[in-house]
Design a protein around this ligand. Sequence first.
Ligand SMILES: Cc1cc2nc3c(=O)[nH]c(=O)nc-3n(C[C@H](O)[C@H](O)[C@H](O)COP(=O)(O)OP(=O)(O)OC[C@H]3O[C@@H](n4cnc5c(N)ncnc54)[C@H](O)[C@@H]3O)c2cc1C
Length: 417
Amino acid sequence: MTQKTDVLIIGGGPIGLGCAYYLQKSGRQVALLDEYEIGKGSGAGNAGHVLASHIIPLAEPSALTSAFKWMFNSATSPFGMKVSLDPNYLIWLARFALACNQNNVNRAVEPLYQLGQLSAKEFSRMIAEEAFDCAYQKAGFLNLYKSQKAFDGGRHEADFLQTHGIATRVYSADEIQEVEPAAREDVLGGVCFPEDAHLDPALFLSALKGRVRQMGAELLDGVKVVGFEVADEKIVKVKTSAGDFEAEQIVLAAGARTATFARELKINIPLQPARGYSLTAAAIENMPRHALILGDRRVALTPLGDWLRVTGRLEIGQYDRTPNPLWIERLENFAREYLRFDGKLNVKETWAGLRPVAPDGLPIVGKSPKQKNLTLATGHGMIGLSLATGTGVVVSQLLNGQKTAFDLSPLRAERFQ
Ligand SMILES: Cc1cc2nc3c(=O)[nH]c(=O)nc-3n(C[C@H](O)[C@H](O)[C@H](O)COP(=O)(O)OP(=O)(O)OC[C@H]3O[C@@H](n4cnc5c(N)ncnc54)[C@H](O)[C@@H]3O)c2cc1C
């Protein structure tokens, strides 16, 4: 039996759910499906940082030298790579290397700024208006440094961000002890982005899922998309494990897996997964006040009410979502280097997720270059939670034929065709 719907969204991560919320709110009838459980994919166990300040893409001038240096220090490296001769993977790596330049940064900052600001505003509004109970706090995002070199790098980056409209504060070692008493005394200083926020991503996604269902969307857990039927430059059927779907409009928001669908649809979307891990432990005595990044280690920490979450690692090319115990232990050790606790953490949960990363580090949002009724919403990399609300707004505007909140052309998939 073929099921008919107005808008079909493929993928129930932060992006798919964000799109579902704004589309349903605009009066469209949405069906959202996910191979697993909606709201439980790569969004639920992440750090929960809602960062409008993150406007420098992953592909920036120092990324290649840092990656090269880290490859020779595998026990502490925040970065890993799979070894493979898969041509899609090798092409992605080559494209990433070519994009690590200042031109790419200059091209990326404006759309990332616009999408980040829109998203931050919408997070505040949505959480207050919908009364979502998700430990949301606009307490700022604080980068802590233990080496002078990393602190200098952080200050340099803050200067750049400030010229692009991002509020920043630089703290000395003494000031850090005042604003973040959870930090150890040997922390040299920090850079704070006071407008940023954090929340419990699993609670947020679960609340959003509930609200989207209440608004009348049809939510289908455990339904896998297996193929498409295309005619006259339109997707006429989406084939799934629960039968066929026909939809006026389709939104493809399947995270790191979007590249596979895109190949079938003859669209070039060079995405790779960047796997990361998290551990969630019972709150420690000195809980941090801010969402933190341990600058020298590139590890994130988040106070989530009764829980402390530690996340890190970026492993390009890995799809398997099994947490690596070795890295979980290392994450705990890195947290201990910066925070005042000496014993073992009482770890309740370990987790792994996939960041969908495009080689230039920019999301891919816009109408498909090939099929008239397909919209792409993916490739948000390290900040897919942060950008979920703004992406939902602009995808809803696109599908309703409205002018988008800002110019989406730098984010369109055409840049890879
Ligand atoms: C360790 C770690 C920490 C992170 N911390 C943060 C953070 O603090 N802040 C932030 O903003 N971002 C963070 N991220 C990034 C963020 O989690 C991702 O960018 C985000 O999850 C991407 O959302 P998405 O909806 O595009 O993809 P996903 O969350 O991957 O969702 C895609 C969904 O599509 C479904 N799907 C795939 N194939 C099919 C199919 N064939 N049929 C049906 N469904 C399918 C999947 O099951 C999945 O649920 C972090 C990521 C990791 C790994």
